[in-house]
Design a binder for this molecule. Structure first.
Ligand code: FES
Length: 170
């Protein structure tokens, strides 16, 4: 029963956040893309329920909102971990052995390219093309924080620090 209550509370909290974003954008259907971007910034992905809710709120067909969400690679329809590691695999980073970092993260988190989120939903590892900071190659961004000239050992140390912080917060 407590689990159900917690889930219900979290759904209501999520709905409030979505409503605030819709309000901030004046429920303007022309602002669909920024609305979806802001929602994704909050939840790290766009759930089916959120897509339907946004469509209803903006008086748009759900297929239209879904179409936009699937057209842009930037949007994700699957849940991501609390910490999203975006590892650059552009030319400069590739040459500087970004794949070694990727393999180290995959092994550490027991994930791979198809299943790139850890089972505990703490970590997602993605590869992206050039992040525009080639002078710092290889580059990795963790929840918006840029790390340059990263080594596999440093990437693992970041994971360990985040795991320790999560344990300390419990
Ligand atoms: S290739 Fe990685 S930042 Fe440009």
């Amino acid at each position: 029963m407590q689990v159900i209550n917690e889930q219900t509370n979290s759904m209501i909290d999520n709905l409030q956040v979505v409503n605030q974003i819709l309000e901030r954008n004046g429920y303007n259907p022309a602002k669909l893309i920024p609305i979806l971007q802001q929602i994704q910034e909050e939840f790290k992905y766009l759930s089916k329920d959120v897509i339907s809710y946004v469509a209803n709120s903006l008086n748009l067909p759900a297929s239209r909102v879904y179409g936009v969400a699937t057209f842009y690679a930037h949007f994700s329809l699957t849940p991501k971990g609390k910490y999203v590691f975006r590892l650059c695999d552009g030319t400069a980073c590739h040459v500087k052995k970004s794949h070694g970092i990727l393999n180290a993260l995959y092994a550490k988190l027991n994930i791979n390219a198809e299943n790139n989120t850890s089972k505990d939903m703490l970590f997602t590892v993605e590869t992206v093309s050039c992040l525009g900071a080639c002078g710092l190659a290889p580059v990795m961004v963790v929840n918006g924080e840029v790390h340059g000239q990263v080594t596999p050992e440093q990437a693992i140390a970041i994971v360990d620090e985040l795991i320790a912080a999560e344990k300390a917060a419990k």
